[in-house]
Design a protein around this ligand. Structure first.
Ligand code: ZN
Length: 337
């Protein structure tokens, strides 16, 4: 079958459109004809690789997929060949103490499609039936694929871990990416109070306002820390969403009210930085990390996607034969959502 895959780690020139073996399913799996896959920044990190990431090569890219079931393992009874399905991008064992408590994103065998195992930028994929979610006929495959990773991650961070309450003010540091465009919508759906968004271009900030942001601040035109301080009447916000890391973390902490929470699921600008601890203990701040989400989170947030109450922002739909172009667009920072 054809797949967008790489045969060794490196830069964009390692991404290929190649023939790779069609996956073989086990008794608890379904074989999917993939109709849509989505890219995430994660795909670029995986392409580069890191110490300890030991992939079977060639590696099929793409953590998000949706498609139609073409074959079922003998133990799978809750689906039929021909069913349209979305896929929870996280894999877990189902048996360990974390899985049994419903915290399957803490599973001892936790893995992500497209990161630790083959992903969905391919004609077919083998998926455990417990990862599937029936996709209603009115929901396009592209919406299901585009939503999965970013919405489950933002939902777990804001709702499950961050316990965002109605009326609380929220600051989202970053406007154009998948997780931030999800976080803005989730904050408003949860009844958040004023929602502030920091961005680097007017186009990204226009999008943020369309998604529900109340106040937008262009960080290329003003000092965003001071702007937040002024816009909140020198009080700061209850919750900051910061997935940027090194470049913004200290200012994000200073933007919090006393007792505020900083939520983080990543660090696009780098993982290591210094912090002044007085900012944290004296002001009773919490830093709350999380990664991906649970199966419960996935099902909850995808139902809201299916109902149209949350909507993934789709930059562009590109045929698989031009998958390399899609990677370049992501790499060059041209994508919105
Ligand atoms: Zn487990």
């Amino acid at each position: 079958m054809q797949a967008v895959a790489f045969f060794k780690h490196g830069d964009l020139d390692q991404i290929t459109l190649s023939d790779v073996p069609e996956p073989v399913i086990g008794p608890d799996d379904a074989l999917l004809k993939i109709k849509a896959a989505a890219l995430n920044r994660l795909d670029l990190w995986v392409l580069k690789g890191w110490p300890g990431l030991d992939l079977k090569l060639p590696h099929v890219t793409g953590s998000d997929g949706a498609g139609v079931i073409t074959k079922l393992g003998q133990n799978v009874t809750e689906y039929m060949v021909g069913d349209r399905v979305a896929v929870n991008p996280t894999l877990s064992c189902g048996n360990c103490s974390f899985c049994q408590r419903g915290q399957d994103n803490l599973c001892q065998d936790f893995a992500i499609f497209g990161e630790h195992v083959d992903g969905f930028c391919a004609e077919y994929a083998a998926v455990p039936a417990r990862n599937l979610l029936a996709l209603p006929d009115h929901v396009p495959f592209s919406s299901a694929a585009a939503a999965s990773l970013v919405f489950v991650t933002a939902w777990h961070s804001l709702i499950t871990r961050g316990r965002l309450q109605s009326g609380e003010s929220v600051l989202v540091v970053g406007a154009g990416g998948g997780i931030n465009t999800a976080a803005i919508q989730i904050a408003k759906l949860a009844g958040a109070g004023p929602t502030y968004v920091i961005g680097s271009s007017d186009a990204k900030l226009d999008l943020a306002r369309q998604l529900g942001a109340d106040v937008t601040i262009n960080r290329t035109k003003e000092n965003w820390g001071k702007a937040v301080y002024a816009a909140t009447g020198r009080r700061g916000v209850d919750v900051v969403v910061d997935n940027v890391g090194a470049d913004t973390f200290a200012t994000s902490l200073r933007s919090l009210k006393k007792g505020g929470r900083l939520l983080t699921v990543g660090n696009t600008s780098g993982p290591k930085f210094e912090l002044d601890n007085r900012l944290i203990f004296f002001r009773h701040l919490s830093i709350i990390g999380s990664s991906m989400g649970t199966t419960g989170d996935y099902r909850e947030v995808m139902e809201l996607i299916f109902d149209g109450r949350l909507q993934p922002v789709i930059d562009s739909v590109i045929p698989m034969r031009d998958g390399i172009k899609a990677f370049r667009r992501l790499h060059d920072g041209l994508t919105l959502g």
